[in-house]
Each structure stands twice: as C-alpha cells, then as structure tokens.
Write a protein that binds this ligand. Structure first.
Ligand SMILES: C[S@@+](CC[C@H](N)C(=O)[O-])C[C@H]1O[C@@H](n2cnc3c(N)ncnc32)[C@H](O)[C@@H]1O
Length: 178
C-alpha cells in the first residue's frame, strides 16, 4: 500500500511545521508529500537534504492544485483520508480496519488553517479520521495515523542508500557514516 500526504494551507510562516510534516511522513512510512497550491523552495531543500543523507526514496511535489490532485488520485483507484478533529475516532471506531480493507493506495489530507468545508464531503474524502477528538496538530495526527495504519512496521524499515545510519544504543550517539 502506497501512502502519500497532501499538505493543504501552507503559509511561509508555517515553514518549520510543514518541514516537520514532511519529515514525519517520511519517517513513518509515507512515500511522498504534496504541498498544495503553493511553492516553498526551503521545504524542498530540507526534504532533499534529509533524503540525501538518510536515504530511502521520498517524492516531494509542490504547487499542486489540491482538487485536481485528489480527483486524479481517486480516478486512479486510490482512497482519501482527511485527518480532522471532527472525524471518526481512530481508536474507538473501526475506521483503520475499513481503510486497510479497501487495499487501495492512501492519500492523507492534512490542514494547517481551517480547511475548506468540501474536505469533509464524500467526493473529496472517503474517510474523515480523528486522532482523538481534541484539537492538536497535523504533525501529531499524521504520526499516529501512519503508525496505526502500518501497525508499527514502518519503524523497522530500512532506508536504502543512506549515508548516515544510527546504531541504536542504550547510551550515547553511534552513527555509521558512509
Ligand atoms: C492546527 S489544526 C487546524 C485547526 C483549525 N483551526 C481547524 O479548525 O481546522 C491543523 C491540522 O491538524 C490536524 N488535526 C488537528 N487535530 C486533529 C485531531 N484530533 N485528529 C486528526 N487531525 C487533527 C488536521 O489535519 C488539521 O487540519
């Protein structure tokens, strides 16, 4: 199952948050990030630097019109999941099971500011999922959603062609540098 994250509503002042959405997406098993309707070269450069050093393949696209991207994703047979405080609770409902049961590639939509109301509609989001029904952030909700979707396997993945690798240790910092 391929998972791509669409970040809606990025503003220049959100630089750090959007970079962290990208790093979280990559570290938690997504294969790419799409920055909707805006360009930000600093985010592109952060993502490229991380991928260059820490390996793996992670696609980054920006200035992508969100409606047409969502429509084409669905047309190609993918499903869409909008992360929102108002959605079905990830823990108390069977929504993760239903998403997995589709066996489709997943496009995860996360906001920043208030998202357009269309995001909640069936023709945009197949699932509206809440990571608890309390407001927090796109970074925390994305991490927990991906963790539940991949069942923890994402934390054991190997990132190919890495120049830097951490040797997990109970103390200190051990890194292999190639
Ligand atoms: C800072 S919040 C946006 C709050 C904004 N005032 C609103 O009403 O939509 C930014 C993004 O974090 C995600 N988010 C925040 N809390 C969430 C939760 N409990 N479950 C799922 N996603 C959440 C959503 O994707 C949201 O668009």
């Amino acid at each position: 199952m391929k998972v791509v994250v669409l970040r809606w509503g990025h503003r220049p002042r959100d630089l750090r948050v959007t970079s962290h959405v990208a790093l979280t997406a990559r570290a938690f098993g997504a294969s790419g990030l799409v920055l909707a309707d805006t360009k930000d070269k600093s985010i592109e450069s952060t993502v490229n630097k991380i991928v260059g050093r820490w390996g793996g393949s992670f696609e980054f696209e920006m200035d992508v019109p969100w409606r047409s991207y969502v429509r084409s994703w669905k047309k190609k047979g993918g499903t869409t999941v909008h992360l929102t405080v108002y959605g079905e609770n990830i823990q108390t409902s069977d929504v993760i099971h239903r998403i997995k049961k589709t066996k489709k590639d997943v496009l995860v939509l996360v906001g920043s500011q208030k998202v357009p109301s269309e995001f909640y509609d069936e023709d945009i989001s197949d699932f509206n999922v809440a990571v608890g029904n309390q407001p927090h952030s796109e970074i925390s909700s994305l991490a927990i959603f991906l963790h539940q979707l991949f069942g923890g396997e994402e934390l054991c993945r190997e990132f190919r062609n890495a120049k830097l690798r951490v040797i997990p240790s109970n103390r200190g910092k051990r890194i292999i540098s190639e």
